[in-house]
Design a protein around this ligand. Structure first.
Ligand SMILES: [Zn+2]
Length: 383
């Protein structure tokens, strides 16, 4: 194994080899080369010595940890009518966060300057200089084109298609800027939370069930975006209903089974429920109308996910978002099992998300950190 400093960093980050002798054993490099590359990583402020690893003592059993300087991530999770900004450290810990009052339908020219001011305020409150920031990552409720990193005809965000969000952010913060679909960011956050995720890169699917619906896919350890960023956009798959969707078409899954659709259907049936929080409170009390609607939605979502499962044969299907309650997960499981081949579900784990409402921000930070400290990026930086 010919390992540059970047590869050695991956061994240290994942804990597969954290001392000089372990790196030497895994890579087969000479002692001198290992020492040079580790010294380069230390000098660059990417790793640091963290005490002795074993009883043998001496320099070769010194343990190294990933602890980069100037690598905080500014993350923003943008929702259609609001959001959150945060400062995240390179290990994924949220150092500071604040709600963001935005309305994405007002268009990017109104929203982006407000977002940048919110980042500045967050840094000032935390007494941090912009120089401590190593990356910025934003999530949006729409597809992002992987070729130009711009929104790709977002069905619910008029005016954002092809608008240069990344370039506008870079004018304020001269660091790498990432624009991600929100379900993709959530999926990456939950995927990297799995034990030894890099060692078992089986396909991973996350479905976000809140007011709207979306799915994020991780394949071979990376976000799978598709040709134009539309992969996982299950909310606009036609399930044959009558309701008009926000995208303008009829019969979309989101218009039949998303949270906004549930509220509308309940109100049409005479309920005075006004928010998803009220809907969930009624569900908890066993309200028969709400329970029936949740079950119907879950079954529809499960039927669509059965197709996803049949195509991708994932190892994990994680249900996230405000409506990822036990009734929803049980209904999705029933829909998937009813619609997919037994072979495709035999070893499939269907479960709720573990990062909760932090999944997007943590996922965004990991996207930025994994990109900045990939083996290739580190080798390029160290020349
Ligand atoms: Zn639609």
């Amino acid at each position: 194994m010919a390992a540059g400093a970047g590869e050695i960093l991956q061994l240290i980050r994942t804990g597969r080899a954290t001392t000089r002798i372990q790196v030497l054993e895994v890579t087969g490099l000479s002692r001198v080369t290992v020492a040079q590359r580790i010294d380069a990583l230390v000098s660059a402020g990417i790793i640091r010595a963290a005490g002795d690893a074993g009883a043998t003592g001496g320099r070769r059993s010194e343990r190294f940890v990933f602890d980069p300087s100037d690598s905080l991530v500014l993350a923003a999770a943008l929702e259609l009518d609001g959001g959150e900004v945060a400062i995240v450290d390179p290990h994924g810990a949220l150092l500071a966060r604040a709600p963001l009052a935005v309305d994405l339908t007002a268009g990017p020219a109104a929203v982006v300057p407000h977002l940048l001011d919110a980042f500045d305020a967050l840094l000032a409150d935390a007494d941090l200089k912009p120089g401590a920031v190593g990356g910025v990552a934003l999530s949006v409720p729409g597809p992002v084109d992987p070729r130009d990193h711009r929104l790709s005809d977002p069905p619910v965000m008029p005016g954002w298609g092809a608008w240069p969000v990344v370039e506008a952010v870079r004018e304020r913060f001269d660091v790498p800027v990432h624009l991600e679909n929100d379900a993709d960011a959530m999926a990456y956050g939950e995927f990297t939370e799995l034990d030894a995720a890099p060692d078992r890169p089986q396909p991973f699917v996350l479905v976000k069930v809140s007011r709207f619906l979306g799915a994020g896919l991780v394949v071979d350890g990376r976000t799978f975006r598709g040709a134009d960023g539309g992969a996982g956009d299950i909310g606009h798959i036609d399930v044959g209903g009558d309701a008009v969707c926000r995208c303008g078409r009829r019969g979309c899954l989101a218009a039949e089974a998303g949270g906004a659709a549930l509220l509308r259907r309940l109100q049409e049936a005479g309920s005075d429920v006004g928010s998803l929080a009220e809907l969930l409170a009624l569900a908890e009390r066993g309200d028969p109308l709400v329970t029936a609607e949740l079950n119907r939605a879950a079954e529809l979502i499960g039927r669509v996910l059965a197709v996803v499962v049949g195509v991708l044969n994932p190892a994990d299907l994680v249900v996230a978002g405000e409506l990822a309650v036990p009734t929803m997960i049980a209904g999705i499981r029933a829909g998937v099992y009813a619609g997919a081949q037994p072979r495709a579900t035999a070893r499939l784990r269907i479960r709720s998300a573990v990062l909760g409402s932090d999944a997007v921000l943590i996922g965004l930070a990991r996207v930025a950190v994994d990109d900045r400290f990939s083996a290739d990026a580190v080798d390029a930086r160290l020349g």
